[in-house]
Design a protein. Structure first.
Length: 147
C-alpha cells in the first residue's frame, strides 16, 4: 500500500511531504522539492501573479485518471502539467537519493501542454481520461489521452 503524500505548490516548485507517524505529523522541511519544467511557449508568456517570477502554480488538484492517481497543476504562464503520484512515491523510497531537490530526470510529467495564457481552472474525468483547463482566454480546453 502506498503511503499518503502531501503536496504544496510554492511558486514554480512542488514540495512533497511524507507523514512520519500515525498522527500524520509532517516534517518541517519537505522530503522532496520538484522544480517544474517549462514549455517553450511558456517562456514567451509573462506571469500574471508575479511577472518577475512567471510559472507560478495557480491551481493544483489530485485525482484519479484511469486507474492511477495524478497531480495536475495550472501555471500563470499557461503551462498545464500532470505527474503520476506513484513516481513521487518511488523516488522517496529510493535509498540512493542523497538530495531533497529533484533534477529533471528524477520525475517527469506524463502531460505538459500550454494553453497560451494564464491557466486557472482544472478538472479531471477519471473514466474518459480527460483533462479540462480554463484560462484567461475565457474558454475551456479539453485534452483527451489516447491509449
Amino acid at each position: 500500500m502506498m503511503a499518503k503524500l502531501y503536496f504544496v505548490a510554492s511558486r514554480d516548485r512542488i514540495h512533497v511531504y511524507l507523514p512520519r507517524n500515525l498522527k500524520q505529523a509532517l516534517p518541517c522541511q519537505p522530503d522532496l522539492i520538484l522544480p517544474l519544467p517549462k514549455s517553450e511557449q511558456s517562456q514567451r508568456i509573462s506571469g500574471y501573479i508575479d511577472p518577475r517570477h512567471p510559472h507560478s502554480v495557480n491551481h493544483m488538484i489530485l485525482g484519479n485518471f484511469g486507474e492511477l492517481e495524478i497531480l495536475l497543476m495550472a501555471c500563470d504562464d499557461g503551462d498545464v502539467i500532470a505527474f503520476y503520484t506513484n513516481q513521487f512515491q518511488a523516488t522517496l523510497e529510493n535509498p540512493s537519493r542523497a538530495s531533497r531537490v529533484c533534477d529533471a530526470n528524477d520525475i517527469k510529467p506524463f502531460f505538459h501542454e500550454n494553453v497560451g495564457i494564464t491557466a486557472w481552472g482544472l478538472a479531471i474525468h477519471q473514466r474518459s481520461r480527460l483533462i479540462a483547463v480554463s484560462s484567461n482566454h475565457r474558454e475551456v480546453v479539453i485534452f483527451a489521452m489516447v491509449s
